[in-house]
Design a protein around this ligand. Structure first.
Ligand SMILES: [Zn+2]
Ligand SMILES: [Zn+2]
Length: 143
C-alpha cells in the first residue's frame, strides 16, 4: 500500500490533478496483479463507486503507460492487456484460438540469446515476448 502511495505522490509531482475518483481508479489499477484488462479494473472500481465510467479507466491506463508505470501489450483478437512496467522480465505462450496464456520464465530464451550473440553478434534484450501458437486442447479439437 505504501508503494501505491508513492505512485500517487509521483503523479501529483508530475502535476496531475487527482480527484478522489481518479485516485480511486489509480489505486484499483495498482492493486491488479499480473496482466489485466481495462474491463477487469472497471469491474473492481464499480464495486466501490457507480459514478466511474470506463472512459476514465482508459484515460488513467493511458496516463500510467505514458509515465512508464504500466506497459500495454496486445494479442490479436484479444483486448489490450496491461501490466506493471517494473515486473520482472518474463514471456508468454499465447494460444491464438482460445487465448490461454502460459508463462515462460526468462531462462527459456537464454539459449536463443546465446545463439543470436554467437551467430549474429547481436545482444538481444527480451523484456516481454508473446509467442503465438496453439495450445494442446485446441490442437486436439482440430483433429
Ligand atoms: Zn507478461
Ligand atoms: Zn487454445
Amino acid at each position: 500500500m505504501s508503494h501505491h502511495y508513492a505512485t500517487i505522490q509521483f503523479l501529483r509531482q508530475q502535476g496531475y490533478r487527482l480527484t478522489p475518483q481518479r485516485e480511486m481508479v489509480v489505486l484499483a489499477i495498482l492493486d491488479q496483479e499480473g496482466h489485466f484488462t481495462a474491463e477487469e479494473v472497471y469491474r473492481q472500481v464499480r464495486r466501490q463507486s457507480e459514478a466511474v465510467n470506463i472512459a476514465t479507466i482508459y484515460r488513467t491506463l493511458d496516463l500510467l503507460c505514458d509515465l512508464g508505470i504500466l506497459t500495454a501489450f496486445q494479442v490479436a483478437g484479444e483486448p489490450l492487456r496491461y501490466e506493471r512496467a517494473d515486473s520482472p522480465s518474463h514471456h508468454h505462450l499465447i494460444c491464438r484460438q482460445c487465448g490461454t496464456m502460459i508463462d515462460l520464465p526468462d531462462q527459456v530464451l537464454h539459449p536463443l540469446q546465446e545463439m543470436l550473440l554467437d551467430q549474429y553478434n547481436f545482444a538481444a534484450e527480451f523484456r516481454h515476448i508473446a509467442i503465438s501458437g496453439l495450445c494442446a486442447r485446441c490442437r486436439d479439437a482440430q483433429t
